[in-house]
Design a protein around this ligand. Structure first.
Ligand SMILES: Nc1ncnc2c1ncn2[C@@H]1O[C@H](COP(=O)(O)OP(=O)(O)OP(=O)(O)O)[C@@H](O)[C@H]1O
Ligand SMILES: [Mg+2]
Length: 269
């Protein structure tokens, strides 16, 4: 085991009496794909902001690739960990889309030519190459998310956290980015995804379920996604095929009843 992220006894609160991250212990290995699930307000985004030093822990430690996160190391750590925020508006700093994708790279001080190559490469990856001179504020929600993703991909960090980063993308765009995440992961990039879409958790090596700031479960995707009770506790849904399977097991369903059930289930999404 080769840890990339080691979190020990991590706690955080925005206000005095309300622990939002409550004594979290978690190790994520190099090259792993980990998906964090949990109800609204369970602390997923807060935990990811703690991991890149955007928020300061109340207690506990975070180590990234052997380096303990502190005020002194935070800039080095941000060269290793990139995050695509849940709300893309929080990520925009540039006047144009091009500036925005370039922003992280400028901080890395790489040669101008390499920078231009990377910007073009990742703008194409997210299919935004035709919007390079537009103002980010004039983009649609999904387009903003695409630009935010490109900006983080361009930094080519060892770890990327996608905090519901494709929630606003159309199905094809979502699929493309998802396939690219898998490709990056095969190349050795450690991927952390936060999602409410169970289909996007299937390929994870491991799933962490957060509930009220604590780790409720830390197990394989297989074990978590089949566990109706855990999912229910966290306002999560069973994958449709499992939902159907469990219902079939409960009663003796005939062909017409099954057809009707599948139809109704597909309406539920
Ligand atoms: N800036 C803030 N100031 C005060 N409280 C906050 C702040 N941001 C989040 N919180 C609170 O912290 C808790 C955890 O929020 P967080 O954004 O981490 O949840 P989440 O699991 O990412 O939820 P979601 O699924 O809705 O994205 C919530 O109860 C929220 O109200
Ligand atoms: Mg969130």
């Amino acid at each position: 085991m080769n840890p990339m992220i080691e979190i020990k006894n991590l706690s955080f609160a925005y206000t005095k009496d309300n622990m939002v991250v409550d004594n979290v212990n978690l190790t994520i290995n190099k090259g792993e794909w980990v998906t964090i699930l949990g109800h609204n307000g369970s602390g997923k985004s807060t935990l990811s902001k703690l991991m890149i030093g955007l928020l300061r822990a109340k207690t506990g430690t975070i180590k990234i690739d052997g380096l303990t996160l502190s005020e002194e190391t935070v800039y080095d750590i941000r060269k290793k960990v990139g995050i695509v925020f849940q709300n893309p508006d929080n990520q925009f700093v540039g006047v144009t889309v091009r500036d925005d994708i370039a922003f992280g790279l400028e901080n890395l001080q790489i040669p101008r030519e390499t920078m231009i190559e990377k910007i073009d490469k990742y703008a194409k990856k997210v299919n935004m190459q035709e919007f390079m001179n537009k103002e980010p504020q004039q983009l649609s929600g999904g387009q903003k998310q695409r630009v935010a993703i490109a900006g983080i991909l361009a930094m080519e960090t060892d770890v990327i956290i996608f905090d519901e980063a494709t929630a606003m993308l159309d199905p094809k765009g979502r699929k493309n980015i998802y396939e690219y995440m898998k490709e990056l992961n095969r190349e050795g990039v450690t991927i952390i995804t936060i999602t409410h879409d169970m289909k996007e958790a299937v390929d994870a090596d491991r799933i962490i379920v957060l509930k009220d700031g604590r780790i409720l479960r830390n197990d394989t995707a297989q074990n978590i996604l089949k566990d109706q009770e855990t999912l229910e506790q966290s306002n999560l849904e069973l994958l449709l095929p499992l939902d159907v399977l469990y219902s079939l097991e409960k009663e003796n369903v005939n062909h017409d009843a099954l057809k009707e059930y599948l139809w109704q289930s597909s309406l539920k999404g």
